[in-house]
Design a protein around this ligand. Sequence first.
Ligand code: M6R
Length: 615
Amino acid sequence: MCGIVAYLGDKEAQPLLLEGLRRLEYRGYDSSGIAVLNGKGLEITKRVGRIDQLERALNSHPLHGSLGISHTRWATHGKATDINAHPHTDASGKLAIVHNGIIENYGVLKKKLQDKGLQFRTETDTEVLAYLIGFHFDALDVETGNRLEMAVMEALREVTGTYGLVAVHQDQPDVMVGARRGSPLVLGIGQHEHFLASDTAAIAAHTQTVAHLRDFDVVTVDRQGYRLKSLTHNKAGLEISQINYDAGEADLGDFPHYMLKEIFEQTLSIQNAVRGRLNLEECTAQLGGLNLTPQELREIDRIVITGCGTALHAGLVGEYIIESLAHVPVEIDWASEFRLRNSPLDRRTLVLAISQSGETEDTLGALREAKRKGHRVLGICNNVASTLARETDGGVYMYAGPEISVAATKSFTSQVVIFVLLGLLLGRMRFLSASQGREMIAAIEALPDQITSILKQSDHIRRIAEKYRDIDSMLFFGRQMQYGIALEGALKMKEITYIHAEGHPTAELKHGIIALVDEKTPSVFLCPKDGAYDKNVNNMQQVKARKGSVIAVATEGDEDILQHADDVFYIPEAPEYTAPILSVIPLQLFAYHMAVILGRDVDKPRNLAKSVTVP
Ligand code: M6R
């Protein structure tokens, strides 16, 4: 994981790097650091903890210079400590690197360098890489002008693993070298200045002209400009593009936390996901980005949906939606599992990779595995500049805007509504009548107002969260299209409150889970008025009979539910396929308020990072 920002230009580097790091904090926040070349040498400041800690240190001792590299870390090798924070230096202390990824053969490389008499200061794989580059730098002819570039390339030829990295050396004070394999790195091209960063968000306030490095690219930036080389002798140049990113969109505004802001943005993000995609005349959806002809769409006889975490939960809801609307068999698989197993795909199988960030390592691994076997892979993705967006054969963008909080919220509802659109499109090509299509369109168009009405319950949900603040554990139950919401409700609760939470299909209660029910373990039942309503109520009674508290998510107007539940979150009446988009919102708010009440770091929960870019 981790985020990198580097700058070479005519301005002071430190403030630009700090600002960039703040925009990348979603990629990790165990520690952060910055190195600046100031004409006299290399100066480094790094601190364990949030970027505020680093900023405080830099306020007392600012680093001056117009070339700098910086990093925000999610620890993989070595604890989160000052010393393990990046940048790391080589044995001479004259070379510094920042790195995102994992050097898999670092043990072998470390031994080799130790055998040459070098002594290491940290337990990290990145320090080994820094030493290795430094070793090659020192071995090269001093007269060589592109010594750092050559040293980086020599070192990377020995490395197995993944990296997005930037290196600087005080003997070449006007050069920075970036390289990529597996972890993203983007070059930002400005007026008399260049940036290298893990994500365009870090640099978009300063330049909109960018080029994404490909695997094995090595880019050298100096005061004259940049040049590209490739470790695989790939002759293709960098593809320069303009980004359309409004850095202001990522600001908090009047909200106390990004998570709350993003929950409230769902009225708009749903509209953005649907805009231009409904065909009222044909009573269907239009998803041009799929890059499939109607004939090809008709020929799909199986869909495999893959992703991680919240994205996978959206896929699980999508499985029920597509099977019920289009009668196409759908299979769900965690990307981490799919990439390793020998899934029997065939020509008519469509693989759908879902990811908000488009940078999740396991999801990219799954999509590459499917492509290797010759399958068509489409993506559902929010980040249009992501690796997933570039590597899939087509897909659907969410257009949800930046999601900063580690807990995914608006991306989830956008993903589910895209599955509704896909179900409508595929369904209308198969079994759905025009009037059914029209009904679906009406249900989709009703969503923004329905979401607004749920958001108005935020204070009511906070009061209920207050009531349950002392619990240690919580259960979430749902059936059919609500099963994925039970999983998602539990995930939201555990990741930001640290309260143990489990999600299950409701009927599994009696097959073991009921043993957990007691006065201190409340159960949340997703219980809208649908085909599973009576069965859900039966299960609620079984929990009540064992002194467990019940919180129900129910349909407005359902007064009977009050006999079975201690507390109720109401959602507007909706068909089964749009109800999950509504029922998840009270659970997002519930987890949010609980986390605030418990004093948790809502947007940056412990041990997590927004984008999981390591396997
Ligand atoms: O960027 P992605 O959608 O690929 O991320 C997948 C998961 O890492 C992500 O959904 C994670 O589970 C969230 N923290 C959940 O809130």
